[in-house]
Design a protein around this ligand. Structure first.
Ligand code: ATP
Length: 503
């Protein structure tokens, strides 16, 4: 698994998808830059989401609010007081950890042990194996599962009560060690706020302390009435947004899975009070279906319903994806109640009520949100698409089998050679198709090498121009996935490409 992940990281760099930020200065922890192919793939993912959210839903509109916001917003939203992670240091290794993650990792190991028992038994019993019966009766599996439950419940309770001493006791009782050094010498647990601060204004004495937004949602909440009045949508209606968010994550690892600067694609759906749980269920299903439509394999997704709810929610679930390092959160669906809008009413002193004609009353709407990390989705798609294949003739190739609609380059235009007018002919094809598709033109190296390079960045089609092309206006088109080559008329290229790469 670790090898697969390493390959993902190095492939992303080698083929112009993702570079460590500020690399010539040895990088900046958990910050990344998107290269020429990464920027295209990321833009295509954004469009795919925006289209499904805004274009295909009559009652959802999109906005683009500023990253800087009035500092009181983060008081009202609860972020100043509660957007914390529990932090613990190891006194010997001087390394810093999230206390909750140490405990969750411990539970994941218990679960691994349970899975091993199940696998062993499955092998032993063969066809007659009944998993359900086994897990409900096998004493070892029951013990592993019960222990996890006890730990997670105690963790949730201690964090809710801000009983940080108990979180530390739990770590000590379980004898959890620094995974690298084995040291069990821990400091106290303390809360660490994840928001980045900055200053607005030139003169330091009059400058205002601001935060970089840790989520895009608040830009939607404070604009909801502006949008509602100008769009004249009735409830239920939604506001969508794609934008940067910033979190000073304590442990930033796992590449673009957990970054300090990242992008979110969020949609807040405003609904009448009392209807929120129905819409919550509806959006859970809609969002899962949207992910499944990408075709990365239904077995790679699962829901995780939250027991420990954030300060603003009355129901919450994650859509988890099977990343190279296991199932992890990809998207959150939260029923946020009227928590945010009511708090903004209180802190701003402005009325944020909606008049409902049918009910003939005014109220603060309830909110159901869907929130997916663009970079996490990028990682899910990218890592799932990267494959090493052994071909029929025994040779190997690396192919990035991205959904064609998302591929950074839709077709590569490849003259067999530059001379004899093939170069000019290929350029003409390029110029004719460039209005509709992102293309690349390559005339260097053998055609085989050029095919391999395009496989590695996920280009659905390679179009080769040879001497016959000049005679009969046909070209060879090669399909990335089947590697089949077909002779087609130049006049048909636009239609053939379009059929495959359209959303
Ligand atoms: P996690 O538990 O992984 O820290 P979260 O529950 O804090 O995530 P939310 O606040 O629900 O995440 O944010 C919504 C989405 O934003 C997440 O599902 C994830 O895809 C993305 N996201 C959150 N934090 C990061 C980050 N540091 N880097 C990249 N994406 C992130």
């Amino acid at each position: 698994q670790e090898d697969v992940f390493k390959k993902v990281v190095s492939h992303a760099k080698e083929y112009g998808f993702i570079f460590p930020s500020s690399e010539i200065y040895d990088g900046l922890s958990a910050i990344y830059d998107y290269g020429q192919n990464g920027a295209e793939l990321k833009n295509n993912i954004k469009q795919y989401w925006w289209k499904a959210m805004v274009q295909m839903n009559e009652n959802i509109v999109g906005i683009d609010s500023a990253i800087f916001m009035h500092p009181t917003i983060w008081k009202a939203s609860g972020h100043v007081d509660a957007f914390n992670d529990p932090l613990i240091d190891n006194k010997d290794s001087k390394k810093r950890f999230r206390a909750d993650v140490l405990l969750e990792d411990y539970c994941a190991k218990l679960e691994d042990k349970a899975q091993k028992e199940i696998e062993k038994a499955a092998k032993r019993f063969g066809d007659s194996f009944n998993e359900e019966e086994f897990v409900s009766t096998n004493p070892r599996v029951l013990e592993y599962r019960q222990k996890q439950k006890t730990i997670l419940e105690r963790l949730a309770k201690s964090l809710t009560n801000n009983d940080l001493a108990d979180v530390k006791s739990l770590i000590e009782e379980l004898e959890i060690a620094d995974p690298d050094t084995g040291s069990k010498n821990w400091t106290e647990v303390r809360q660490f706020n994840l928001m980045f601060g900055t200053k607005l204004g030139a003169a330091s004495e009059s400058a205002t302390d601001l935060y970089l937004r840790p989520e895009t949602a608040q830009g939607i909440f404070v604009n909801y009435l502006n949008v509602q009045k100008t769009s004249r949508h009735k409830l239920p209606f939604g506001i969508a947004q794609i934008g940067k968010a910033f979190r000073n994550e304590i442990v930033a690892r796992q590449f673009i899975f957990r970054m300090r600067e990242f992008e979110q694609m969020e949609m807040q759906y405003f609904v009448p009070p009392g209807t929120e749980l129905t819409f919550y269920e509806e959006w859970k299903q809609k969002r899962l279906n949207w992910h499944l439509a990408l075709g990365l394999g239904n077995e790679n997704y699962k829901f995780h319903d939250h027991e420990k709810l954030a300060h603003y929610a009355n129901a919450a679930a994650d859509i988890e994806f099977k990343f190279p390092f296991g199932f992890k959160e990809l998207e959150g669906i939260h029923s946020r109640t009227d928590f945010d809008l009511s708090a903004h009413e209180k802190f701003s002193g402005k009325k944020l009520q909606y008049f409902d004609n049918e009910r003939n009353e005014s109220y603060v709407p309830y909110v159901v949100e869907t929130s997916v990390g663009l970079d996490r989705l990028f990682l899910a798609i990218f890592s799932n698409s990267l494959k090493d294949e052994v071909l029929e003739d025994g040779s190997e190739r690396t192919v990035l089998s991205l959904p064609p609609a998302l591929a950074p380059v839709k077709a590569a235009i490849l003259p067999l050679m530059k001379k004899d007018g093939l170069g000019e002919y290929a350029e003409k094809i390029f110029d004719d198709l460039k209005f509709d598709f992102n293309l690349i033109y390559e005339e260097k190296d053998s055609i085989g090498k050029r095919y391999r390079r395009n496989d590695a960045i996920g280009t659905p089609f390679c179009i080769t121009i040879d001497h016959d092309s000049l005679v009969d206006n046909t070209v060879t088109i090669r399909d990335r996935d089947t590697m089949k080559q077909e002779r087609v008329a130049v006049a048909d290229l636009r239609r053939i490409i379009d059929e495959k790469v359209n959303f």
